[in-house]
Design a protein around this ligand. Structure first.
Ligand SMILES: [Zn+2]
Length: 261
């Protein structure tokens, strides 16, 4: 995860802390008293952030693939308005084209991952070509953010031993998903929302795409409904923060779920 604490993150932390103070909400393992007492102010940046424990809280990670595009700003508007974070898997050349959106994601505390240069089915490629796709996109993203990504999402969710090896060599964890509303197929915001909510479980990693006009309008309703059901929205690295983190070359389909209490 990149460094820096955006205002959105600080606000989320404060909201959780307030809840925790009133109701003993589980899952806030190491609140920083100084940061919390200052509320959602940006001055909290740089202080250690409280860690959401997804073995206790009902966590869900919204992820967006294939951007940035002309539709990404609408998703970021929603995330900022709802004080929520997400994870974006970027196509390298798109990151170069839409630098402003990438920097906005970074500033907001979103996680940023690698989604190749040309979006191919990597399993058909030689190791050298796979490495080119991962490495070049990582460098393109880093040229904008100043940070090499540590997350990788294979296009179409297609991975094999060669893809894992290449990811491991580039310091990338392979992150797939376990909830897909197939927004690439169903261009209907209400249906996308319904399909996410019908499938989501604690620990879910949800794949969406900020490349279609019909996905951003579904996002406000999805976030609102998830929060109403008691979910904590986290980035992919946050989801694994209390279970040892993400390891390069390993494949993750979902996060931990709350232990029975
Ligand atoms: Zn994709």
């Amino acid at each position: 995860m990149h460094s820096g604490t955006g205002w959105r993150r600080a606000t989320v932390v404060a909201a959780v802390a307030t809840l925790g103070a009133c109701t003993g909400v589980p899952g806030l393992t190491s609140p920083n008293a100084a940061a919390l007492s200052h509320g959602p102010a940006r001055s909290g940046a740089g202080a250690p952030a409280p860690v959401v424990d997804c073995q206790v809280s009902r966590c869900v990670a919204l992820t967006f693939d294939d951007g940035p595009t002309q539709y990404t700003a609408a998703v970021l508007d929603t995330l900022e308005r709802q004080h929520t974070v997400a994870t974006f898997f970027l196509i390298g050349p798109h990151a170069l084209q839409y630098r402003k959106d990438v920097l906005r994601q970074q500033r907001d505390g979103d996680a940023i991952g690698d989604h190749t240069v040309t979006h191919p089915h990597l399993t058909r490629f030689t190791p050298a070509r796979i490495d080119y796709e991962l490495k070049t996109a990582a460098e393109q993203i880093a040229s904008v953010t100043g940070h090499r990504p540590t997350l990788f999402r294979p296009p179409f969710g297609a991975w094999n031993a060669k893809v894992r090896a290449a990811a491991g060599a580039e310091g990338l964890s392979v992150v797939t998903w376990n909830v897909s509303p197939q927004d690439w197929k169903y261009h209907n915001p209400a249906l996308i929302e319904q399909r996410v909510l019908a499938r989501v479980r604690p620990g879910a990693i949800v794949v969406l795409h900020d490349r279609y006009a019909t996905t951003p309008p579904a996002v406000p309703h999805i976030i609102h409904a998830l929060k109403a059901r008691g979910y904590v929205l986290v980035t992919v690295p946050e989801m694994f923060a209390t279970t040892g983190g993400l390891q390069p070359g390993m494949v993750y389909h979902h996060g931990p779920w709350p232990r029975p209490r």
